[in-house]
Structure formats: C-alpha cells, structure tokens
Design a protein around this ligand. Structure first.
Ligand code: NDP
Ligand code: GDR
Length: 378
C-alpha cells in the first residue's frame, strides 16, 4: 500500500486529492491546522472512526511554520509521496500578511524538503510542490509555459517563487524526486468563498433567489485561465508517477475575463447581464430573464427586473499590483503526462452554479426555520 502525506488537506485541492488517492488504494495522512472551530467541512465525508481496523485516512495536527512537527509526522508516517498544498493562498490577503505568507508558503516548503533530507528519505519520498501561475505575474509572454520567465506581483507570488526554486534546488543538489506543478487557477464547488469565481457563483445564486441585491467586485478586466480542481489534482498525482522528476504547467489554454465569468454565471440561471461604464463606474445590469428556465430552477422572478444593477465595482478589491493576464500552455503535460481535462469553462460554471443554488436554497430554508445560516464575512 502506497503512503501519501497531504499538507493543506482541509483546502479545496487537499479534499479532492485525498478522495482521489483513497480511491486508488493509498494510505492517506493529512496535515491539519488547529483552529477554534472545526475546519474539516470539505473532508467530513471521508471521516473514518480511528478505533476501527483498516483505517486508511488519518489527520495529524501540524503547521508549515513548525519544522519540529513536520519532522515528527514524516518520521511517523514514512510517506512515499508528499503533496505540499498547504499555503496562505489568497493573493490579496498576502499584501496584508506578507511576513506570515513568506514563512508558510516560502520557508514552509524548505522545512518539508529539509525534513525529508534529515530523515534520510531522499531516495524514498517523492514531493509535489504546489507552484502557481502567479509566478508569471507581470506579462512577459503568452501563452505561459515551463520556459516563460517569472515576474511575481504579490507577496504571495514572491513567497511561492522561493518554494519553486528551493524545490528545483533540492532536486538538483540531492537527487530528490521533487517537482513543481505550475497550476493555473482552478475552481470548483469547494473553492474558498472569497476567491472571485466562488464569490460570483454564490452571489449570482443569492440574487436569483431574491436574497441579495448586488455583487461588489474589483478588477473586472483581469483575465484568468480557469479549470476544474478535479482535473488538476489528477495532474498532481501524474507528476509524481513519472520516471524522471520535472516541472509542469497545468492549464486549459483558454483565458476569460472576470466580467465574462459573471455573465456566464448569471446566464446559467437564465439571467442575461450586460456591462456598461468604465473602471470603478462600471455596472452590470439585467437585460433579460428567461422566465421558463428561471421558474424551472425555482428562482424568485418577481424580484428580478430589467435594468436592475446586480454588479458594481468597489475599488477596495483592487490589488496594489495586479496580474492582468494568465493563459497557460499545457502542451508538455498533455504530451508527457497524457493529462487531459474533462471540464471546460462552461461545465465548470454549471457545476459551481448548480451547487451554490442548492446551497442558498438550503440556507434560506434554515433561516426560515430559525437556524444558524451561512457566513458572509469576506
Ligand atoms: P486553499 O486555500 O483552499 O487551501 C489551503 C490549505 O492550506 C488549507 O488546508 C489550509 O488550512 C492550509 N494551510 C494554510 N496555512 C497553513 C499552515 N501555515 N500550515 C498548515 N496548513 C496551512 O487552497 P487550494 O486548495 O486552492 O490550493 C492548494 C495549493 O495550491 C495552495 O498552496 C495554493 O497556493 C496552490 N495553488 C492553488 C491554485 C488554485 O487555483 N486553487 C493555483 C495554483 C496554486 P485551513 O483549512 O485550516 O485554512
Ligand atoms: P487569484 O484568484 O488572485 O488569481 O489567485 P482570485 O480569484 O482571488 O482573483 C482572480 C482575479 O479576479 C480579480 N477580482 C477579484 N478577486 C477577488 N478575490 N475578489 C473580488 O471581488 C475580485 N474582483 C476582481 C482579482 O483582482 C484577480 O485578478 C488564485 C489563488 O488560488 C492562488 O492561490 C493561486 O496561486 C492562483 O489563483 C493561480
């Protein structure tokens, strides 16, 4: 039985990857941070009573900022594969917490690599580092491939560039099987609520149900290459199954503006939105409602009227330095890994909207019953 250790197991990718590896017959260990409330929502369906026999999913308290616990957990679990997914992963928040971000995302990667080396596991343990398209930052060339130069534009990206290079260095210096997956944005119904796609699909569902009036966003012109997290975690696994350790770009090869993602999300609910105005004065307004589709989805049509402003810009969401355009070239991963995504953007939007519509209906039902409902802090 192969043994895997996933840091960041409670996050979007960690949850999908844990499920994927368990299905493949792995013993899966996950690193979980201590928090004052349960933080296992995304993996609760994988829970196993630890007193039973044949337990193959186990969580360990730990943190990437604490090398002692990393060494201990790796010693105890003797993993064949480590997937380093843990990170302070929000680009905007990294401007508020730059030192912590450097510690967790940059030095955290070093701590893991060193733990493997200290424990004499360099020949046994393979390690995947969650690198990112944010490394490309200020556009040098498009589409971006494994050979495109980096120009990071946030404390997050600068921390991740350290993680990228220290992974390459440990591979070259100590012959470790250590790889970077340079993953472009990937989303899903499990995506954190403050990333732009999920913020949009949640708000579109609420607006369609008549529970919210308007969605406030930042830069609508940013372009991202969005894929589905389910496809991307499969690529992570493939990267660790090769003969030779290398770095790979994982992307769809299609880029879309935030503005168009908004339109596609509302359109999935039968609501057509048109944008007008410039910069912080730009507005998204309802211009048509497909009554038949809207009623079949159980929407509150009475609360949706033509000319209703459903999107406004709030400059507080602008970043001090922005990444304007990301568009990946996945040729290497397709030809060398045989990786092929199953979801395109339309399917991704559909999956997220359907899930959030159901979630918001459930929330409304709970609210009517006087029970605690969802959290809307950003
Ligand atoms: P999430 O933000 O959903 O998950 C991050 C995970 O890291 C959570 O489990 C979080 O724990 C954990 N974590 C944060 N800080 C620490 C720490 N100091 N010690 C231990 N654990 C910590 O991210 P995603 O799943 O979306 O992304 C996974 C990885 O891939 C991240 O490294 C991200 O930077 C990178 N990445 C993501 C892309 C994307 O589009 N999703 C694209 C490219 C790279 P908790 O649940 O307690 O907060
Ligand atoms: P990103 O994702 O920064 O690309 O990092 P995010 O969804 O936060 O932003 C994408 C783009 O949308 C613009 N934007 C907004 N973003 C947020 N969060 N909220 C808003 O209201 C808003 N309005 C417009 C942003 O300016 C940006 O241009 C994600 C993370 O998962 C990283 O961890 C990962 O490394 C990269 O993707 C690849």
């Amino acid at each position: 039985m192969k043994v895997a250790l996933i840091t960041g197991v409670t996050g979007q990718d960690g949850a999908y990857l844990a499920e994927f590896l368990l299905k493949k017959g792995y013993m899966v260990h996950g690193l979980k941070r201590r928090s004052s409330l349960f933080n296992t929502d995304r993996i609760d369906h994988l829970y196993q009573d630890q007193h039973e026999n044949n337990v193959n999913f186990k969580l360990h308290f730990g943190d990437l900022t604490d090398s002692t616990n990393l060494i201990r957990i790796i010693q105890e679990t003797q993993p064949d594969e480590i997937y380093n997914l843990a990170a302070m992963s929000h680009v905007k928040v990294s401007f508020d917490t730059p030192e912590y971000t450097a510690n967790a995302d940059g030095i955290g990667t070093l701590r893991l690599l060193e733990a493997i080396r200290i424990l004499g596991l360099t020949k046994k343990t393979r390690i995947y580092q969650a690198s990112t398209s944010e490394l490309y930052g200020l556009v040098q060339a498009v589409p971006q491939s494994e050979t495109t130069p980096f120009y990071p534009r946030s404390p997050y990206a600068v921390a991740k560039i350290y993680g990228y290079w220290i992974t390459v260095n440990y591979r070259e210096a100590y012959g470790m099987y250590a790889c970077n997956g340079i993953l472009f944005n990937h989303e899903s119904p499990l995506r954190g609520e403050t990333f732009v796609t999920r913020k949009i699909t949640r708000a579109a569902a609420k607006i369609a149900l008549g529970l919210q009036k308007c969605l406030y966003l930042g830069n609508l012109s940013a372009q991202r290459d969005w894929g589905h997290a389910k496809d991307y975690i499969e690529a992570m696994w493939l990267i660790l199954q090769q003969e030779k350790a290398e770095d790979y770009v994982i992307a769809t090869g299609v880029t879309t503006t935030v503005r168009d993602f908004v339109k596609m999300s509302f359109s999935e609910l039968g609501i057509e939105v048109e944008f007008s105005g410039k910069d912080e004065h730009e507005r998204g307004v309802i211009i048509d409602v497909d009554q038949q589709l809207a009623s079949s989805l159980g929407l509150n049509i009475d609360k949706l009227h033509m000319g209703m402003e459903v999107v406004r810009v709030d400059p507080k969401y602008f970043r001090p330095t922005e990444v304007d355009l990301l568009l990946g070239d996945p040729t290497k991963s397709k030809t060398q890994l045989g990786w092929e995504p199953k979801y395109d953007l339309q399917l991704l939007v559909k999956d997220m909207i359907q899930s959030d519509l159901q979630l918001m209906k459930k929330d409304e039902y709970l609210k009517k019953g006087g029970f605690k409902t969802l959290n809307y802090f950003e």
